[in-house]
Design a protein around this ligand. Structure first.
Ligand code: GLP
Length: 232
């Protein structure tokens, strides 16, 4: 049963401050053992706040939502690289779980990741959203019972994400991603939706009807979701 809590923020900096305050509160209350992390430009202000924190996260385990297939961790467009730059090189954690898009057996990698997720659980899951309503890399049409898997990216997602790639670089057409069921297993989900390009996704979510063409609407099946947005 859905219980969306909507928080309006003035801008991206305020979104980051609010999201990090939720993380810090959970940490202070001794309720943060495991957190799901997201990448994307939306999340930058969250990690800006986090890097400036003096809180101790050394007993907290992290899981990342997704990774491109075919990009090594030292590739500047990989999500592993993003996480190291934005957070892991500055803040110490107990352990990072990152999907390996270079693994020789991708199916096994996904199965192992899902098993680790089940073992640790997720106290908080951070999320952004794609312009087409995808969450992590769960593209339109994904089913609600999906777990960590290999996903073919849509043309529109590849087009949107092409802005990060140089003209001579190949944009990955596949990714490993936590599934909808993996994401919904978190106790508390915080989704950040900023800017006009995300208005359609926000409106679908706020309309309150689950629609597989807009994966973000699966969040309506979760009991504790916070939507942080600058869209009024
Ligand atoms: C990618 C990621 C998503 C992220 C989305 C939005 O597709 N897989 O997890 O939410 O980008 O990114 P941005 O915040 O840059 O708009």
């Amino acid at each position: 049963m859905s219980k969306l809590q909507r928080i309006f923020v003035a801008n991206q900096a305020a979104a980051g401050e609010f999201v990090f305050s939720c993380i810090a509160k959970s940490k202070d209350a001794g309720q943060l053992q495991s957190i799901g992390l997201a990448t994307g430009s939306t999340m930058l202000s969250v990690y800006d706040c986090w890097r400036n924190s003096t809180l101790d996260f050394s007993q907290v385990v992290t899981f990342n939502l997704d990774e491109y297939v075919g990009l090594a961790a030292n590739n500047a467009n990989s999500y592993a690289y993003f996480m190291h730059q934005q957070l892991f090189d500055t803040i110490s954690f107990k352990k990072h779980f990152l999907l390996d898009g270079m693994a020789s057996n991708l199916a096994q990698t996904c199965a192992d990741y899902e098993a680790a997720l089940c073992e640790h659980g997720l106290d908080i899951q951070l999320l952004g959203v794609g312009e087409n309503g995808h969450i992590a890399f769960n593209e339109p049409g994904i089913s609600s019972d999906s777990v960590t898997h290999l996903e073919d990216l849509t043309e529109s997602t590849m087009a949107v994400n092409s802005r990060f790639f140089a003209a001579d670089e190949t944009i990955p057409c596949q990714a490993l991603t936590m599934g909808i069921a993996s994401i919904l297993s978190a106790k508390h989900i915080i989704i950040v939706i900023l800017g006009e390009k995300k208005r359609a996704a926000l409106e679908k979510l706020m309309a309150g009807v689950v629609d597989e063409a807009w994966p973000v609407t699966y969040l309506l099946q979760h009991p504790h979701v916070t939507v942080v947005t600058d869209l009024v």
